[in-house]
Design a protein around this ligand. Structure first.
Ligand SMILES: [Fe+2]
Length: 385
């Protein structure tokens, strides 16, 4: 399978994965296996979809990493959906509140995600299609949770967590993961109390609108007030995920270790996913550009320890994406290794003259003089698969 832009799809191309509309009803717009026709292409364009996975000869045997099992995705999507409905309903009767029942379901879903992540702990985080669900908020909640937990478990194993006395601890890490997951799932819950015309405004926000938007972390804390099973660790994520390492964030302008470690992890996951997802007001950045954005802000916006882990484990060129090499060859990323994320295994498909070649795999960890210099190249016309 490989990733292609909608504009490059040809009639007859076969979809490799289900395609979901960006604001749909939870059902796939198109199923994996269907052949692309003009009308399918048009309906995907209307739904705002920019890239899809296709199956063809040159990408045969390239499989994207699926961190979450289908069942986990399904339960997480429905739990987050239910919680959102629950809060919207309570909004009409006084203040919005998350029910205890919904809070407990969040806890169970977080455990499932933790289990799936543990299963993939030896893989690099090739996260080009993490959540694969419909609707930005749901997709974003799931993607941030998966990335945040995957970072969190590695951050705590390498650097420990700080206890109330400021001491680094390495015990009890496993029990801290589900609360981190709950915090990540609910990090933007306060946005439910913000008028949709501000949330979905395509242009720039004015001062008043921006002030309303910046209230979402504390509104989130309020919504969780009565849900007793929500741990203080999860509440810290909701409250502080927009704080920045240098104190330039909100709502409190806290800096450095005064911001809870879990919120520092969430900040990194939140910004990366927001940058690399399509939004109403702009198209997504390339994953490699999102990767660089985070790394460049180590020590200013983000906790250097979190960024160290991010840099080592998140793949800037995930499986199935295109790369241009410094020796003029172009290909598809076949495999990404842990702690060698900028040097994947690449299946070469186009030679330096721009012609299709007999596919050949190169492991860039074994070719120190070759680097990745870009992601855009033309694939010459292929015979249909
Ligand atoms: Fe937020």
């Amino acid at each position: 399978m490989r990733v292609v832009a909608i504009g490059e799809l040809k009639t007859g191309d076969r979809l490799g994965k289900d395609v979901y509309a960006n604001a749909g009803d939870g059902l796939p717009l198109l199923r994996a296996g269907v052949r692309i026709s003009d009308s399918y292409r048009a309906s995907m364009e209307r739904a705002g979809i920019l890239t899809v996975w296709i199956d063809d000869v040159i990408s045969d045997g390239i499989e994207p990493l699926e961190v979450l099992e289908e069942e986990t995705k399904r339960r997480a999507t429905s739990a987050v959906n239910e919680a959102f409905k629950d809060i919207s309903a309570s909004m009409k009767k006084g203040g919005p509140q998350l029910s205890e029942e919904a809070a407990e379901e969040m806890g169970e879903v977080a455990e499932l995600i933790v289990r799936d992540i543990a299963r993939n702990i030896h893989c690099a985080l090739a996260l080009n299609d993490l959540a694969n669900s419909d609707g930005y908020t749901l997709k974003h909640s799931l993607a941030v949770t998966t990335l945040g937990l995957a970072l969190g478990v590695r951050v705590m194993h390498r650097y420990g967590w700080l206890d109330a006395q400021g001491k680094r601890r390495f015990d009890d890490i496993e029990n801290r993961l589900a609360p981190l997951g709950v915090g990540l799932l609910l990090h933007d819950i306060g946005k439910l109390a913000i008028p949709p015309e501000i949330l979905r405004k395509p242009g720039k926000l004015n001062d008043d609108e921006w002030k309303a938007m910046k209230a979402h972390p504390m509104l989130g804390v309020d919504i969780l007030k009565k849900a007793e099973s929500i741990s203080p660790l999860a509440r810290a994520v909701v409250r502080s995920h927009h704080e920045r390492w240098n104190g330039s964030g909100y709502p409190e302008g806290k800096a450095g270790a005064a911001v809870h470690q879990f919120a520092r992890i969430a900040a990194c996951a939140d910004v990366f996913d927001a940058l690399t997802s399509d939004r109403v007001y702009r198209a997504a950045l390339e994953i490699a550009d999102g990767y660089t954005f985070i790394i460049e802000r180590s020590g200013t916006d983000f906790d250097p320890e979190v960024v160290e882990i991010f840099k080592a484990f998140v793949a800037p060129y995930p499986t199935g994406t295109r790369v241009v090499l410094s020796n003029g060859y172009c290909g598809l990323v076949k495999d990404v290794k842990n702690e060698a994320v900028t040097r994947p295994v690449v299946r070469l498909i186009v030679d330096p003259s721009g012609a299709m070649m007999e596919p050949k795999e190169v492991d860039l960890t074994q070719e120190p003089e070759v680097t990745i210099v870009g992601t855009a190249f033309e694939i010459p016309e292929l015979a249909p698969a």
